[in-house]
Design a protein around this ligand. Structure first.
Ligand SMILES: NC(=O)c1ccc[n+]([C@@H]2O[C@H](COP(=O)([O-])OP(=O)(O)OC[C@H]3O[C@@H](n4cnc5c(N)ncnc54)[C@H](OP(=O)(O)O)[C@@H]3O)[C@@H](O)[C@H]2O)c1
Length: 270
């Protein structure tokens, strides 16, 4: 836990920059948070939307505790080069992408680097954030990054070798569950004339939240499945088509993620 006020510079004005700026501003009024980006219109819109968010410039890097690189992986070398003359030696560079290997980042900067992979969950002030020690990062640097993220999420220490697995489960899973939920709701919507799509969306949201809360409170997958799907009942029958294909489909999904990450790390423009 970090009790002192921090100065945070977010580079980028896209989706992740917006999520982090909003979550961090809501979580701590005492931190100074600024955003810097080449897209002035997007930057000004974000500043207008987020109370307390400041307009950053490159030279803010000289007083920032953390510089969050919330830009596309392809932009990392250019953005880091632009900040290089302004960086204080203590400023921790936070990489938010698996598209650039930590080793490569170490060749581009002498500053401490820590990887932290945020998720859409931070938009609602929760979610797991895998954190990996990068080049030149000391335990104090890692504690600083985790301390900031713990204001609006749950950071987890992870080895670089396992970052894909952690990112799959902490982050990609949110999109996977949303994709499944949309298909499940849509199949059910086709069988009703009286329940509105909006009502079905609320019902599935409650089911997703309840599943997460049951898991968080220590209920096992098996307990949740067996307490919901009674033997020979409707839910068990409904689940059978998914149960038959899910293990193999999930293995293929994980493999596809590993392949794509290797492609991106060997050629970020691919
Ligand atoms: N979205 C998520 O939930 C999420 C989760 C975890 C990690 N990430 C990571 O976060 C990073 C940003 O993702 P995003 O989803 O926020 O993407 P995005 O919405 O497309 O935003 C990308 C940002 O990068 C800027 N940018 C692109 N090329 C640039 C360049 N050459 N120089 C300076 N700025 C440049 C863009 O500026 P312009 O508007 O001017 O193009 C924009 O501000 C990526 O590395 C991604 O892997 C995202």
């Amino acid at each position: 836990m970090i009790s002192r006020a921090l100065t945070i510079l977010i580079a980028g004005t896209g989706r992740l920059a917006a999520i982090l700026a909003k979550a961090a501003s809501r979580a701590s009024a005492s931190d100074t948070i600024a955003v810097v980006g080449r897209n002035r219109e997007a930057r000004d819109a974000l500043i207008a939307e987020v109370p307390g968010l400041r307009t950053g410039e490159l030279d803010w890097a000289s007083r920032a505790d953390l510089l969050i690189l919330a830009v596309s992986p392809q932009a990392y070398p250019d953005v880091l080069a632009a900040f290089a003359p302004h960086l204080a030696p203590k400023t921790v560079i936070v990489s938010v992408t698996n598209g650039v290997a930590l080793e490569t980042l170490g060749q581009w900067t002498a500053n401490p680097v820590v990887k932290a992979i945020p998720t859409t969950a931070q938009a609602v002030g929760c979610g797991a954030v895998p954190v990996v020690a990068g080049p030149a990062a000391t335990p104090a640097d890692i504690a600083l990054v985790k301390g900031w993220f713990s204001r609006f999420s749950q950071p987890f220490d992870v080895n670089e070798a396992d970052i894909r697995v952690a990112s799959n489960v902490a982050s990609s899973a949110i999109a996977v569950l949303a994709l499944f939920a949309r298909a499940f709701v849509s199949a059910n919507a086709a069988r009703t004339d009286t329940i509105s799509p909006a009502s079905l969306d609320i019902m599935i949201a409650e089911s997703l939240i309840a599943t997460g809360e049951l898991l968080r409170q220590g209920h096992s997958y098996e307990t949740i499945i067996h307490s919901t799907a009674t033997p020979l009942g409707v839910t068990e029958a409904l689940m059978r088509p998914l149960a038959e294909v899910a293990p193999e489909v999930c293995v293929r999904m994980v493999e596809a993620g590993f392949v794509r990450q290797s492609e991106l790390q060997s050629d970020p423009k691919s």
